[in-house]
Ligand binder design. Structure first.
Ligand SMILES: [Zn+2]
Ligand SMILES: [Zn+2]
Length: 286
């Protein structure tokens, strides 16, 4: 496919191996139907305790095997890539290198969904289906101190960026999802400071920022992850971005994708990152 082809790819997808629906092959079929350029699978990495979303340890081999088989089967029709969306929880989650060494991952997505407070036991689930879970975690684990809680999220995100070096930084400001202006606003000085520090680290680590559309099409967020003002800062700093939909069903493979391309072009981005022949390249936006 030529570089001036329409931009349609997705490297952040979840199948029945974790919390998604459908077999991986159904995603491949849908990607072919949509004329997508390439497709990456990124099951939630296994964790040492039960979660409603992560792949189980004993299924990781089968997952990798399944994706690698699809890669071969569709080699002449659709480039397919193997990945994991790896959780970062200091002292609990697997070292990213361990997973990279154990499995032939084409790239990694690093994300923080569970925040461990520095001074007590427990995990704050910032990405749950309900705002009530976010609110009760904020109360119980951080005594309702939103600045402390959000700062802890960003501290771990930054540790992950500098220490684990994922290829892609997943939904970097997802902490805002259940906030919706209730506990803090994004124009508060301390919050802007946290975002700027994060961008400093992303720049230094040469990571790719994911522009994740899921919050918008699931109507859980009024804006993309990261939001527009953060994207403006990213563009000014020339940090590379890629677009993904964080699909949990085949029909979500390109949800809000074309709209996001337009938004990025309006902000001033000239290109987005995609994988061509196994290598990350820039795809021009116009
Ligand atoms: Zn995620
Ligand atoms: Zn995801």
């Amino acid at each position: 496919m030529k570089d001036d082809s329409p931009i349609r790819f997705n490297y952040h997808t979840h199948t029945r191996f974790c919390d998604g629906r459908s077999e991986p092959e159904q995603y491949v079929q849908e990607a072919l139907r949509l004329g997508m350029h390439s497709l990456g699978f990124s099951a939630h990495s296994p964790l040492p305790f039960d979660t409603p979303f992560a792949i189980r340890w004993n299924e990781v081999e089968e997952y990798c095997h399944t994706i690698l088989e699809l890669k071969q089967k569709y080699a002449d029709r659709l480039p397919i890539y193997l990945s994991l969306e790896i959780d970062y929880i200091p002292g609990i989650s697997e070292n990213f290198d361990q997973l990279r060494n154990a499995h032939p991952l084409d790239y990694t997505i690093g994300s923080v969904h569970l925040v461990r407070p520095g001074d007590r036991e427990g995990l704050w689930f910032i990405d749950g289906p309900m705002a009530e879970i976010y609110d009760s975690g904020l109360q119980e684990l951080f005594d309702g101190d939103i600045q402390k809680a959000v700062s802890t999220y960003y501290r771990y995100l930054n540790q992950m960026i500098t220490g684990q070096r994922p290829t892609i930084i997943g939904h970097m400001d997802k902490i805002k999802m259940h906030n919706r202006g209730r506990h803090f606003t994004e124009d508060e000085h301390w919050y802007i400071q946290l975002v700027e520090e994060t961008l400093d680290n992303i720049q230094a680590s040469a990571g790719i920022v994911e522009v994740n559309t899921r919050g918008v099409y699931k109507k859980r967020s009024d804006d993309l992850y990261p939001g527009r003002w953060v994207l403006q800062r990213i563009q000014q700093r020339h940090i590379p971005v890629t677009i993904s939909t964080d699909a949990h069903r085949p029909e979500e493979l390109t949800a809000y994708f074309d709209e996001t391309v337009k938004i990025l072009a309006e902000i001033g981005f000239r290109s987005v990152m995609y994988i061509k022949d196994g290598k990350w390249k820039e795809h021009p936006l116009c």
